[in-house]
Design a protein around this ligand. Structure first.
Ligand SMILES: C=CC1=C(C)c2cc3[nH]c(cc4nc(cc5[nH]c(cc1n2)c(C)c5CCC(=O)O)C(CCC(=O)O)=C4C)c(C)c3C=C
Ligand SMILES: [Fe+2]
Length: 387
């Protein structure tokens, strides 16, 4: 076996409050996060949204100590994974590639080349695949691969998602059980699975398997738990005006309270590390909402971080991937329809479906603007003397 490396992928988070705005700019510059018909619009719009959002986002990060703990926790996970692999006789160097903040994926790949890695396992730290997370990182790595002959010499394999991994499920269940058992009547509490949302169009139009993998994961956790607690699944962290996967966490909490639920145990389902969406959004915002709505017990299952069963699960994923035939970028396709899940459909001139949609939207905007101008008697066409 040649020199082996494992590349852990994650989203990244600001290390300090000063990093929040540039981090948001990087995030919104990604076409997998905001989809626009014209590439040239992406950066100016990213700048605008990052600038508008920075204040709220900074205040949220200030509430959790002034930055994201994601980098530190990921480093601990990398260390634990390296040790666990070594115990199984596998010598591997672990690299961290964040998508939107340090240590960036580009820097990790440069180090992988410098270290002369010959065999690489690419492991996203997202249990469920989404075009917006693992897909975005795969797209970036594939494009870097295509333009670099040194990278092309590395034998690589991808693990697209691992929501059904044994160690992961068992660790989730162990933590959930621990939390339930601290209640006077553990079997009565409602288990509330809260997943990070994505725009619904990713699932319905682009074929993102994210929702199906989240639902399958919830099913596996409940099956392994083997208890009859009532449970619900909802989606949190919505950004922007478009419709996201439903139901929304902030709607379901008061609905449950209104139906008489008094005890909630929240399971953050799409996150394996503590970060802003667990420490601030769930622990502060949703807790307050729950208490205001009349829920008297609100507990949150901790994120996995370096839970030993979870790390053992990651180790098994790596060792299995090293033994199996390589799984390549080209194989990350829609589970049933066999089209590639990333890169997203790019804007193409001509009679494409994207062109039809955008022509339709622009025509509607133009029609409404004309109508408003005719009703109000004011507007650019009047100014130009055309009306
Ligand atoms: C499964 C995990 C995640 C999915 C799916 C996801 C999609 C997604 N996220 C945004 C917008 C934001 N995400 C932000 C931070 C953030 N998101 C995830 C995970 C998923 N995102 C992580 C791990 C983090 C980092 C958290 C940290 O501790 O720093 C942010 C910034 C924070 C904030 O201002 O709220 C934004 C914005 C979109 C639009 C999206 C799908 C299209
Ligand atoms: Fe996010």
């Amino acid at each position: 076996m040649g020199r082996t490396g494992v590349l852990l992928l994650n989203l990244g988070g600001p290390d300090s409050l000063a990093d929040v705005r540039p981090f948001l700019y990087n995030l919104f510059s990604d076409p997998e996060i905001i989809r626009l018909p014209f590439r040239w619009l992406q950066k100016p719009l990213a700048w605008l949204i990052a600038t508008r959002r920075a204040k709220t986002s900074e205040a949220n990060y200030a509430q959790i100590g002034g930055g994201s703990p994601l980098r530190e926790i990921t480093e601990q996970q990398a260390q634990a994974l390296q040790e666990s692999l070594a115990q199984e006789g596998v010598t591997a160097k672990i690299y961290i590639g964040m998508r939107y903040w340090h240590p960036f994926t580009e820097a990790a790949l440069a180090q992988i080349k410098a270290d002369g890695i010959e065999e690489l396992v690419i492991l996203p730290l997202y249990p469920q695949f989404s075009i917006s997370t693992s897909g975005s990182s795969f797209r970036l790595i594939e494009s870097l691969w295509q333009e670099d002959s040194a990278l092309q010499k590395i034998k690589y394999t991808i693990i697209p998602s691992w929501f059904n991994n044994r160690g992961y499920i068992q660790a989730m269940v162990a933590l959930l059980r621990q939390e339930l058992d601290q209640l006077p009547e553990p079997e009565k509490a409602t288990i509330f699975f809260s997943a990070h949302g994505v725009p619904i169009s990713y699932v319905t139009e682009e074929g993102d398997p994210y929702q199906a993998e989240i639902e399958a994961c919830v099913h596996l956790i409940m099956q392994t738990l083997g208890r009859s607690n009532p449970h619900v699944l909802a989606y949190q962290s919505r950004v922007g005006p478009v419709e996201w996967l439903k139901p929304y966490t902030e709607d379901v909490i008061p609905e449950l309270a209104a139906s008489g639920v008094k005890e909630l145990v929240v399971v953050p389902i799409s996150f394996i590390s503590e970060h802003i969406e667990t420490l601030q959004e769930i622990d502060m915002e949703y807790r307050e909402l729950a208490e205001e709505s009349g829920i008297h017990t609100f507990r949150r299952v901790p994120a996995l971080n370096t839970h030993p069963e979870f790390i053992a699960g990651l180790r098994d994923l790596v060792t299995t991937a090293l033994e199996a035939p390589p799984y390549t970028f080209a194989q990350v396709t829609h589970p049933r329809k066999q089209f590639k899940l990333y890169p997203q459909e790019r804007w193409e001139w001509g009679m494409t479906s994207a062109a039809e949609v955008w022509n339709g939207r622009l025509a509607m905007i133009g029609f409404i603007a004309l109508l408003l101008e005719l009703i109000s008697g004011q507007g650019p066409l009047h100014m130009a003397g055309l009306l």
